[in-house]
Design a binder for this molecule. Structure first.
Ligand SMILES: Cc1cc2nc3c(=O)[nH]c(=O)nc-3n(C[C@H](O)[C@H](O)[C@H](O)COP(=O)(O)O)c2cc1C
Length: 464
């Protein structure tokens, strides 16, 4: 699979027009100011942040600050090595709670064992960064410091993000321990990515980015810490398409891709293997793409070719892309002078990707679609579901302030053969987790194929 970032150009016309040469990385504040103060999956939840002695520990004060801004109650516990790399005083200030350092483990003023207190208090543990040493201690049950004593006594879901030099990470003993740790049912692994390491090398072993750690915490709270999508191979489409007029102009739509990417990252953090086919993304943290098999595309024809090629090796498809309905008949490979621009555009229909996917799907392959609607959204969404052959469709309004296209929040109705279920407006990542919680029991063992598509043409696919 061509899983590298950057735009691929399988459609010759689009490549000639150079619309497929863009990189999807867009500036985005990783810190959730937009969410701060509003109800979300972290609000009021008790999170223990456990830090071991990797240089990546220096990123944790910002993670703690973000979790607190999201409304979580946060306490921190450090290994003695971590205390030398990151300031417990900074962590105490940012978490608004005393920081649990090694000296307190044997402090005569503790009325009860601190590790038991912390273990019982936590609803969720974020262990980041995880060193080779702490990994070995946990796998072998060595409770010889405050942090490992706490984690061995704790039954809360454990989000774990290793960080180390590439050779250390690839050492057979470390890999063996990492595989063993993941066998524990309450463990949610967040694998390290590739990147610049403190040893000046580029390679595998860099701790997952802070935005991904926070997304993993939110997913773990939604799923109760279960990797409930493990074994699922999910193909997700996201974002708008761009239909070129010439090398400088195109027809597109306001989809940011955030809803589709939220579905993808939430599924991945719940254990699924996820392939993402996406148009130009906006306001999506680039860290959310780490660990996804990404296929950037430009025009609808490129998206179609990519999805059809990838469809056979997936258990289910999420069509969250806002694919163009029509494209210009004439396209110029160079920028047209203003005087030569046509006064009226001649358009042609774009192939109906969802229907093609429906026609080609294998038995048991499920499909979820999205319908962005204004006005009375349920009747057209119901019709669209049947027309496209989706098992489920999520109908979401685009005519209400603060939700839908290019917004961080979304809500709407999940429609299937049995009826409709309402989902209140929430941050898109939280909504994605709620949707997976609702769908997950139906995904095991395949689903009934929905009614055949009717012959009528419906409105544009629509999501954000
Ligand atoms: C500056 C510095 C950076 C380190 N970075 C890492 C690291 O990224 N990953 C790792 O496994 N160990 C790293 N180590 C080694 C650990 O700190 C060492 O193995 C220690 O015993 C870990 O103990 P802990 O797991 O109890 O924190 C680093 C050590 C130093 C001095």
């Amino acid at each position: 699979m061509d899983g590298q970032r950057g735009w691929i150009g399988s459609e010759p016309a689009t490549r000639a027009l150079n619309l497929s040469a863009r990189h999807p990385e867009t500036p985005f504040s990783p810190w959730p100011e937009q969410l701060a103060g509003s109800q979300n999956l972290l609000t009021g939840r008790r999170l223990l942040v456990a830090i071991s002695g990797s240089i990546a520990a220096v990123k944790l004060p910002l993670v703690v600050s973000a979790l607190v801004q999201l409304g979580a109650e946060v306490r921190c516990v450090l290994t003695p090595s971590a205390e030398r790399l990151v300031s417990p005083v900074a962590l105490a200030s940012l978490s608004r709670q005393a920081c649990a350092v090694e000296a307190l483990h044997w402090d005569a003023s503790q009325p009860r064992p601190l590790h038991i207190d912390l273990a019982g208090w936590a609803e969720l543990v974020l262990l980041a960064p995880l060193t080779a040493t702490t990994l070995a201690r946990l796998v072998h049950g060595l409770a010889d410091n405050l942090l490992t004593s706490t984690l061995l006594a704790c039954r809360a879901p454990l989000v774990v993000a290793p960080a180390m030099n590439t050779d250390m990470w690839q050492a057979p003993a470390v890999q063996h321990n990492w595989q063993n740790l993941q066998r524990q049912p309450h463990v949610i692994p967040v694998d390290p990515g590739r990147g610049l390491l403190a040893c000046d090398r580029r390679g595998e072993g860099r701790m997952a980015e802070p935005e991904l750690l926070i997304a993993a915490c939110r997913g773990a709270l939604a799923s109760g810490g279960h990797q409930d999508l493990r074994g699922q191979r999910i193909l997700v489409s996201a974002g708008p398409t761009r239909e070129a007029l010439d090398s400088a102009r195109c027809l597109t739509n306001p989809s940011s891709g955030r809803m589709g990417v939220a579905m993808a990252v939430a599924a991945r953090l719940r254990g699924a293997a996820v392939t993402l086919v996406h148009g130009p993304l906006q306001a999506v943290p680039s860290a959310w793409l780490d660990g996804l098999d990404c296929h950037p595309v430009g025009a609808a024809a490129e998206m179609m070719a990519c999805l059809l090629r990838l469809q056979p090796c997936h258990d289910g498809v999420v069509m969250a892309a806002a694919v163009a309905d029509q494209r210009p008949v004439q396209r110029s490979a160079v920028k047209l002078p203003k005087a030569d621009l046509p006064h009226a555009l001649q358009l042609e229909e774009v192939e109906d990707i969802a229907r093609l996917l429906h026609q080609r799907r294998s038995p048991g392959q499920w499909m979820l679609g999205f319908a962005a609607q204004d006005g009375d959204l349920l009747p057209p969404a119901r019709a669209k579901r049947l027309h496209k052959g989706f098992d489920w469709i999520f109908a979401n309004p685009i005519d209400q302030p603060g939700t839908g296209f290019a917004s961080q929040r979304n809500g709407g109705w999940l429609i299937d053969d049995a009826g409709e279920r309402h989902f209140a407006t929430a941050d898109k990542l939280d909504l994605a987790n709620q949707l997976w919680s609702a769908l997950q029991p139906r995904l095991q063992g395949g689903v009934q194929v929905a009614a055949s598509p009717s012959g009528t043409r419906s409105e544009a696919a629509g999501e954000h």
